[in-house]
Design a protein. Sequence first.
Lengths: 183, 504
Amino acid sequence: MSASRLVACIPYLVWLVVAAVLWFLTTQISFDARPGQIAPSFWPRVAIGLMGLSALIEIGRQLFSAAPGKEIAGIGEALEGGEDDEDDAPRQSHLLLIGVALTVAFAVLVSTFGFVLSTFLYLVAFMYAGGYRNHVMIWSASLLGTLLFAFVFLKVVYVSLPRGTAPFDSVTQFVLNLFGGFA
Amino acid sequence: MLELAANLGSGFVNCFEPLNLLALVLGIIVGLLVGVLPGLTLVMGVILVLPFTYKMDVTASIVLLTAMYVSGTYGGAFTSILFRIPGEPIHVPLLWDGYAMARAGQPSKALGWTLVAALVGGVLSWFIMVLLTKPVAAIALKFSTPEYFAIVMFGLASVIALGRGGLANAFISLSLGLLIASVGTDAIYGSYRFTLGLPLLADGIEFLVVMVGAYGVGEVLSRLERGFASKQVETKAGANTELPSLAEINSVKGMLIRSSLLGNIIGIVPGAGATIASFVSYGVESQFGRRKEQMGSGIAEGIVAPQSAATASVGGALIPLLALGLPGSGATAVILGAFMLHGVQPGPQVLITSADMVYTIFASLLLGVFLMCLLGYFAIKPLVRILDFPEAVVSAFVMILCFVGAMSIRGNLADLWLMIGFGFIGYLFERFRFPIAPLVLGVILGPIAEESFMNAMISFGNDWTVFFTRPIAGTIMAITMITLLLPVIASLREKRAARSAQRG
């Protein structure tokens, strides 16, 4: 059996493990059984069964099919399959890691720094991470964009967004004062 | 009919209220821009605008999102024809004849044909939507839980059968969506499922959090990994529109109507949106059209067929959303989300309880189609200038809108973390070729499917045969099974054709 076939099975083995864990979790669902009524674990178990069965079929196909690369695909595949993906540039894992790190950092810091400061920093950092190098454009677009977001979401639409903790909340307050609001 | 005309008249008047009119104009402009930008899909665009609608009136919100939806099916045509950059997958077929016509020295004519196609497709599907929505809702009022369950099953089956990627992957994606939807408090027993002891999960996972993450963050991360390597724009020559003459339009009128009807019907089918409509319509014209041999060489039919079908699919997709409360595509799922955020549940009752709103939405769609064509005629040059914006800049703003969208749905940071998690799942799905649409439709339709199933089981004494023995439910279940078999049949036919080609 070729190594490539085994490698192709890995994602489906992961799905099988996920299905097994989720099935176990359905056994932990507590409820007062009513006679003649289906349990609340029934529906999730149907979905888990579908997941496990699909993963098993795919593992079997990858291991034993004469042409494992030729799967039965949705009609959309046949319709659109003739056209190559527009985006065929090579993948650069470090860019993905930077993007994920920045996104996680935003989520970690937004309650401390506040939405305004976090947004500004994120915009600047993300544009650099995306390979853009026009410094004037990056800093000015980030500043104007932050002010626009703050105006729309903190003054006009009043979305509940974190204002930050001291001393960073003063940045949010300063921006709100710019718009004439004293929240 | 008189009642319909009166309601529509009132709807048109409501459209001219300042807020509704502003929402309509903004929706059309933003939809065109989203259509033009290759890194921003139509569904993503509609999702990103959602936070702006939280404090708006429900009618204005839906007018804004519907306007975006319809104009998003048109905006990408400009860049497909002028620069060979399809802003949306919908416009890939326009590369074949639209761009070919432009290269043959007639870009303005190609843009003119696109405008005519969008206009006719939009107007025709609008009439069908207005005429069909009420009768469909009236039929739906007679449905019981087995029929609803069967319809939802059909929606889920068609998103699997009509999607991209392998069937096994699509089923796994769907099952994950169904499981995400089952997180929280069970509606029948009130017991907690998969909450892991977290209070937030007891309220379930909002499908908008899943959509924003999987479509928005996942897509941006995928493109960032490739360094935002979009094709470069080479020229902007010929960015104006030359309308075809009446005689020219007359020569393709049959095909124009046929493609529009086809697009409308495809739009009604859950899971098959504007992209499928566009490809199918082009395919039909290539197989059966009067000038099928010339398709791909830059003829009007190759432009009109996909564009009219794509725009016509919008009116079709709104019928099941408004009449049954079932979204058939990503964009209509977001529109459903906007309805629900404002406490309105679309479905058969909405035409009775909120007729004013529904007819204003109807009227706005027609006005939107005309406005979209007017802007397309006069404002192509400024619209395509958005391509000059670096993708890194646009994507940074998209990410912030995703964050705002997640944080504002329930006003807590836990949704932000969930959204980032679903963003990463969206990225992994793209990386390993698992389709996202079944996941999202599973999250949206899962609760409806489970509730219908459980209620049917309670009402019919756990007799599961009711889904097959009741006439309407049974018919829909049969269609569902046929739908699921379609990819298998297509695969067998392909294999047979390959074998005969080898022999021959």
